[in-house]
Design a protein around this ligand. Structure first.
Ligand SMILES: Cc1cc2nc3c(=O)[nH]c(=O)nc-3n(C[C@H](O)[C@H](O)[C@H](O)COP(=O)(O)O)c2cc1C
Length: 197
């Protein structure tokens, strides 16, 4: 378990020509839909995209790696070959919108873990232009909240321990290796004093 969780990193450069079939994308959505959900509302629906034409229309609306300020995002040839669009179905909303976002985190982590098992890497994209939704005839009850970009990874991503808890920015070294600092276990554990009655 530790191995697959550690391997399931965010990837942003892919072998664009390596297609991901609709059947595989459906298998991944099948994992997403099994995630825990507040009040078991399961308010998310997913649209899978894997045609080069539609992928090309989606790509310009996405923002990549805000901390890598000198990188404009994946170049032609290393862009995602598929996307999963995550759509909130307001008719299915049982709890608060915040609870729905929790559910989406759970769902997309399932999806990304399943993808990694198939050697497919992904990147959640929350930073997209509102104009992206205009590509689609969205019914009133659906709103686009997140995309998961997918492809065969063409970059190395490694975890490292944060040296400084105030600096969590990921970075890329001179060999193009992407480094992701994670807070140490020690930093993540807290012990609260129990109030005396
Ligand atoms: C809800 C959410 C939204 C994200 N949105 C973006 C995004 O718009 N663009 C991007 O390049 N990465 C995005 N990411 C990826 C994060 O930057 C990435 O998870 C973080 O750098 C840690 O790397 P790791 O996933 O390998 O642990 C997003 C991640 C999450 C969970």
């Amino acid at each position: 378990m530790q191995e697959i969780i550690a391997k399931t990193r965010t990837f942003r450069r892919f072998a664009q020509k390596e297609a991901i079939s609709t059947a595989v994308l459906h298998e991944l959505v099948d994992l997403a839909r099994l995630g825990g959900s507040a009040r078991n509302g399961q308010p998310w629906q997913y649209m899978v995209v894997n045609t080069p034409e539609l992928c090309a229309k989606i790509f310009p609306h996405l923002a990549w790696a805000a901390y890598l300020t000198d990188w404009a995002g994946p170049a032609e040839g290393e862009r995602p070959s598929a996307y999963v669009l995550c759509l909130l179905n307001k008719k299915w909303l049982r709890g608060s919108p915040a609870e729905a976002q929790f559910d989406l985190g759970v769902a997309t982590q399932n999806l990304l873990l399943g993808a990694m098992e198939k050697r497919i890497g992904g990147c959640r994209i929350g930073a997209f232009s509102p104009r992206l939704a205009e590509l689609f005839e969205l019914p009133e009850h659906l709103s686009l909240s997140l995309l998961v970009a997918l492809g065969k990874p063409r970059e190395t991503v490694i975890l490292e321990e944060c040296r400084d808890d105030e600096d969590i920015r990921y970075w890329r070294d001179e060999h193009g290796v992407h480094h992701v600092p994670k807070r140490s276990l020690e930093s993540c554990l807290v012990t609260l004093k129990v109030r005396q009655e």
